[in-house]
Design a binder for this molecule. Structure first.
Ligand code: URA
Length: 433
C-alpha cells in the first residue's frame, strides 16, 4: 500500500455527492485504490450511490471504463491475422443466441472470441447451457483459446479472472447496495470486460421488456447509446440492437433443452424468432468486421455453421452427437379452452425454469442441466382445449408447485382478433454507425 495517496477518498466522494464532474486523475486513482484495498467497501458504496443518483458525463464513464480495463490484463488477437467480432447480450429468458451465432459468424472467416459467464437469477448463463453437453469443458488456457480460434475460428469459454478485476469487485458491491441499475456503472462494467477481451468489433443485444435487465425501452436505448460510444472511443467498432424480451425467446428455457433448440437452428430449422435474431446479429457482427452481404441464412441451411459448431464442441472435449440429459419428471399444462394464445410473459417463465432447477440462487449452487420449460405454443398461435401449452421438466417433482405458482396469470388464451400482448416487434431499434 502506498504511503502517500494522490487524493483524499472522502473529498472525491463529496465531489460526486454534490453533483460535480470528477477529474480523470481522480477516477483513475479511485479505481486503482479500490482494487488494491485502500478505498474501503463502505466508501465505494457511497460513491456508487452518488453515481447512481447524479450520473456521469461521457468523459467520466470513459475514464471509469479505461481505469477498470487497466486494473487487469488486456488480450490481443492481432496475431490471428483475421478480424475478430463478438456479441454481448444483456440477458433474457430463453436467450441461447450465442450458441448458434458463434459458429455461424466463424463460418465466414471472422474469428469469434466469446468469453462468457454462468447464470445467476432468472437469466441463464451460456456456459451452464454448454456444460449440459457430455465432456464439454468451459475453462481453457489462453493458449488453448488461441489455438481454437486459429483452428476452428470460434470459441465460447469462461472469461479468466484476469480481465477487469476492478469490475468483479465493484459488481459484487453494487449487487448488495442497490446500485446495479445505474447506466454509467452498467455500461462501464460490461464494456471494460469486452474491450479488455480485445475484440475488434462488438455487437450489443440490449434487451427491454419483462424478462430483461432493464424493462423500459428508453432506458435500454440510453444504455445502448452509452456502450456504443464507449466502444467507439476505445477503437472497437460497436453497434447495438434493441430487442424485445417481453416474451421468452424461442420455445425452450433451461440448459440442455436450449442446446437442443440451438442445434435445430444450426440445422436450418428452429423457432422463427431465434433464427431471426441469430441472423440479424450475425449480419451486424460480420458487417462491423468488414464482411458485407454475407449469405448468412445459407450458412445455416447448408450445414456450414453446423460443421463449425461440431468442431468447436469437439475441440473443447464435448461430443456433439451425445444424448443430452433428460429430466426424470415432466408436468404438462394444457389449454382450458379453444382460442388464441395472446400473452406469455417472459419473466414468470424465467422464474419457473429457475425454480425447476435450471438456474442458481447463489453462485456456488449447481444447476440441473435437464430442468426447464418447453413452450408448445407462442403468442398468436391458435390452441384447442386440452392441447399442451407448455411442459415443465425437473428431476424432483416437488419443484413443480412453485414453478406453477410463478406462471399463474402469465399466459392468457383470448379470442381470434384479440390484441397479442407481446410488446411489439422482436428488433425494435438499432444504434450505431
Ligand atoms: N452485466 C455486467 O457485466 N455488469 C453490469 O453491471 C450489469 C450486467
Amino acid at each position: 500500500m502506498s504511503a502517500v495517496e494522490a487524493f483524499d477518498t472522502v473529498d472525491v466522494i463529496r465531489a460526486k455527492r454534490d453533483g460535480h464532474e470528477l477529474e480523470t486523475a481522480e477516477i483513475e486513482w479511485l479505481i486503482d485504490a479500490y482494487t488494491r484495498g485502500y478505498v474501503a467497501d463502505e466508501q465505494m458504496s457511497a460513491m456508487t450511490m452518488a453515481i447512481f443518483l447524479n450520473g456521469m458525463t461521457r468523459r467520466e464513464i470513459r475514464d471509469m471504463t479505461m481505469a477498470m480495463i487497466a486494473s487487469g490484463e488486456r488480450m490481443d488477437f492481432s496475431g490471428l491475422g483475421r478480424p475478430t467480432s463478438d456479441k454481448h447480450s444483456t440477458g433474457g429468458v430463453g436467450d441461447k443466441i450465442t450458441l448458434p451465432l458463434m459458429p455461424l459468424v466463424a463460418s465466414f472467416g471472422v474469428a469469434v472470441p466469446q468469453l462468457s459467464g454462468r447464470g445467476l437469477g432468472h437469466t441463464g448463463g451460456t456456459l451452464d447451457k454448454l456444460e449440459s453437453i457430455p465432456g464439454w469443458r468451459a475453462e481453457l488456457t489462453t493458449d488453448e483459446m488461441f489455438a481454437q480460434l486459429r483452428d476452428v475460428g470460434g470459441v465460447i469459454c469462461a472469461a479468466g479472472s484476469g480481465l477487469a478485476p476492478a469490475d468483479k469487485k465493484l459488481y459484487a458491491l453494487r449487487d448488495i447496495t442497490g446500485t446495479v441499475e445505474a447506466i454509467p456503472l452498467i455500461a462501464s462494467s460490461i464494456m471494460s470486460k469486452k474491450i479488455a477481451e480485445g475484440t475488434g468489433a462488438l455487437v450489443l443485444d440490449v434487451k427491454f421488456g419483462s424478462g430483461a435487465f432493464l424493462q423500459d425501452i428508453e432506458r435500454s436505448r440510453e444504455l445502448a447509446r452509452t456502450m456504443v460510444e464507449l466502444g467507439e472511443d476505445a477503437g472497437v467498432a460497436t453497434a447495438a440492437l434493441i430487442t424485445n424480451m417481453n416474451v421468452p425467446l424461442g420455445r425452450t428455457i433451461g440448459n440442455a433443452n436450449e442446446v437442443r433448440e440451438s442445434v435445430e437452428v444450426l440445422a436450418g430449422g428452429g423457432p422463427a424468432d431465434v433464427r431471426a435474431l441469430t441472423v440479424a446479429l450475425a449480419r451486424e457482427m460480420l458487417a462491423l468486421a468488414g464482411v458485407d452481404d454475407a449469405e448468412v441464412e445459407a450458412a445455416l441451411d447448408d450445414g456450414r455453421a453446423m460443421d463449425t459448431w461440431r468442431r468447436a464442441i469437439r475441440a473443447q472435449g464435448g461430443d456433439p452427437d451425445a444424448e443430452l440429459p433428460v429430466a426424470r419428471e415432466q408436468h404438462v399444462v394444457t389449454a382450458e379452452r379453444d382460442g388464441v394464445l395472446v400473452a406469455q410473459e417472459a419473466l414468470p417463465f424465467g422464474i419457473a425454469a429457475w425454480r425447476l432447477g435450471a438456474g442458481r440462487a447463489r453462485k456456488e449452487d449447481p444447476v440441473h442441466h435437464a430442468a426447464g420449460v418447453e413452450l408448445h405454443a407462442k403468442p398468436g398461435d391458435e390452441v384447442r382445449a386440452g392441447q399442451p401449452l407448455f411442459t415443465l421438466h425437473a428431476d424432483e417433482p416437488a419443484r413443480f408447485a412453485r414453478a406453477l405458482e410463478a406462471v399463474e396469470g402469465a399466459y392468457r388464451i383470448g379470442d381470434p382478433g384479440d390484441r397479442i400482448d407481446d410488446g411489439g416487434p422482436l428488433i425494435a431499434d438499432r444504434i450505431g454507425r
